[in-house]
Design a protein around this ligand. Structure first.
Ligand code: ATP
Length: 259
């Protein structure tokens, strides 16, 4: 067993992870997903998703690369310009960044909506409760009274006054089929995903190739800094952002980065 594995196996609470450990962020992320599974908010499959993400983050150097920071600024501008912005929450997002998503929703005046691949009433309620414990006062996704076109029935469920009506949606760690279906609905889609080759970032208007635990607080920081910017300035940020360049820069870093 490596030092890395033994630290991970010994940790019972987040506070026990040594902050000076070279893989601190990864240990923290892994611990939060495990705790999410134990609490009934994260599906077991979420662990596999996390494992894939962890490998890409390792190759990115576990840092926010400059092109990701630009994408995070463009994401903040889109959310501030939106009439009806919605932040989508799945089991991994709820486990990893519940308070950070609540803070972002406050900063850009967006709704939070629970949107699950493996949807059960118990998990939806557990996630909504978990978000409330982290400061959210209104959580959507419990009504599920509308359907995303071109998706199978179970995965298509959304709230009519939430994701269905939204003009800008932030969908972190989204499954590729649903990201494509939301794109076909004409929404401005912001995706956070560590794999630039995955379908979700490939269809996104703003692909943010960064770990969600760094990306969400950074989008919030940009949003706070841009809070007083006028519409022209926000539109200029949106127009200057080049999604192809952001995807290429991330792929280039993953393929050639020094480890
Ligand atoms: P597709 O989008 O083509 O369906 P996939 O099947 O690889 O791709 P999923 O298993 O649905 O995708 O979701 C996992 C995705 O989430 C992976 O692309 C992974 O890189 C990403 N991911 C996992 N953990 C994180 C994280 N902490 N931050 C950002 N992205 C993450």
């Amino acid at each position: 067993m490596s030092d890395y594995d033994s630290v991970s196996a010994d940790v019972e609470t987040e506070e026990e992870i040594p902050e000076d450990h070279p893989r601190y962020q990864d240990l923290l992320t892994r611990h939060r997903i495990e705790a999410g599974v134990e609490k009934g908010i994260t599906h077991l499959q979420g662990m596999h998703a996390e494992g894939r993400g962890s490998a890409f983050d390792y190759l990115l150097g576990e840092e926010t690369i400059p092109s990701a920071d630009e994408a995070e600024r463009a994401a903040a501008a889109h959310l501030l310009l939106a009439d009806r912005p919605v932040l989508s929450i799945n089991g991994n997002v709820a486990a990893l960044v519940p308070g950070e998503m609540t803070a972002l929703a406050d900063a850009v005046d967006a709704d939070l909506e629970v949107n699950l691949f493996n949807r059960t009433p118990d998990r939806i309620e557990a996630i909504a409760e978990h978000l409330r414990e982290h400061g959210a006062d209104d959580v959507k996704g419990l009504e599920a009274d509308a359907r995303i076109p071109n998706l199978d029935h179970k995965r298509a469920k959304v709230d009519a006054d939430g994701i269905y009506e939204a003009d800008v949606v932030l969908v972190p760690l989204e499954d590729g089929d649903r990201a494509e279906a939301l794109d076909e609905m004409g929404k401005t889609e912001i995706v956070i995903d560590l794999n630039p080759l995955s379908r979700s970032p490939q269809v996104a208007d703003v692909p943010v190739v960064d770990n969600i635990i760094r990306a969400v607080p950074t989008i919030t920081e940009h949003a706070r800094e841009l809070a007083d910017a006028d519409e022209t300035a926000l539109r200029a940020i949106v127009e200057d952002f080049d999604r192809e360049r952001a995807l290429e820069a991330a792929e280039e870093r993953i393929r050639s980065g020094d480890l």
